[in-house]
Design a protein around this ligand. Structure first.
Ligand code: HEC
Length: 218
């Protein structure tokens, strides 16, 4: 028994010595090209940047983006400076950076042009279900495609944070599908801003008018 074990150990040691003898230690210098059992990804059929390549007419591997290409990293101008699409920022997520809490207010600069844009986008992307007034009586309800569509003037929805509404537009909610893939970030915030204006318009009372305006009321 001992003899068998001993001879196995001896054979093992001899094999090990032979392997190291022929191939050398890992990482040691050699004149001959390395012996590759598994080449892994040492050589790849790829083009290195800034190198000559005869496949393309202009003879270089790095090509300029085709005309009309829109960069994924296009900068977004917010009320607090510039943000890129890949950043963990309220503009992109609707949430306070590094948390799961929704932001209270629209991080974009809200102005008239933005509200106009929001109105246009709302009428295209939201009105078919929620109605142009946002009361949940869009065409899809009338023709019976959607049964219950949220009335955006509900107290609960008025009380949602801007970030949560942005999130609902982006990812959808329950029976409402995601509109995010159809609306770029800036447009989603424009819709949020316009929705706020729409909600406010329903909450208006006589007291919001100037005395002069009140006098003209019938
Ligand atoms: C295809 C129909 C459809 C479209 C388009 C649509 N919605 Fe909705 N939306 C719904 C339905 C249905 C609900 C109710 C979902 C539920 O069952 O809670 C809803 C719910 C909501 C809510 C309430 C979410 C909550 O927390 O309860 C908001 C806010 C909202 N939609 C905003 C929008 C905005 C803004 C747009 C346009 C960008 C839009 N929706 C487009 C169908 C739609």
């Amino acid at each position: 028994m001992i003899r068998i074990l001993l001879s196995i150990a001896l054979i093992g040691a001899a094999l090990g010595a032979a392997t190291v003898g022929i191939l050398g230690f890992q990482g040691s210098m050699m004149r001959k090209p390395p012996f590759e059992l598994f080449p892994d990804m040492d050589r790849q059929a790829k083009l290195r940047p800034q190198e000559p390549n005869h496949f393309f007419a202009n003879g270089v591997s790095s090509q300029l983006p085709p005309a009309g290409t829109i960069a994924r990293s296009e900068v977004i101008h917010t009320a607090n400076g510039e943000v890129y699409a890949f950043e963990d920022s309220p503009v992109n997520t609707g949430k306070v950076s590094g948390t799961t809490n929704f932001v209270e207010t629209n991080p974009m600069m809200v102005n008239e042009a933005m509200l106009q844009r929001g109105r246009e986008r709302f009428d295209i992307y939201c009105a078919p279900c929620h109605g142009r007034l946002g009361d949940g009586n869009g065409i899809t309800k009338k023709i019976g495609v959607m049964a219950a569509v949220a009335n955006l003037h509900d107290k609960r929805i008025i009380e949602l944070t801007d970030g949560e509404i942005f999130d609902t537009i982006t990812h959808g909610k329950n029976t409402m599908g995601a509109v995010g893939p159809l609306l770029p970030t800036q447009d989603r915030w424009a819709v949020v801003a316009y929705l706020r204006a729409l909600q406010l318009s329903w909450l208006g009372t006589k007291d919001d008018l100037t005395p002069a305006q009140q006098a003209t009321l019938k």
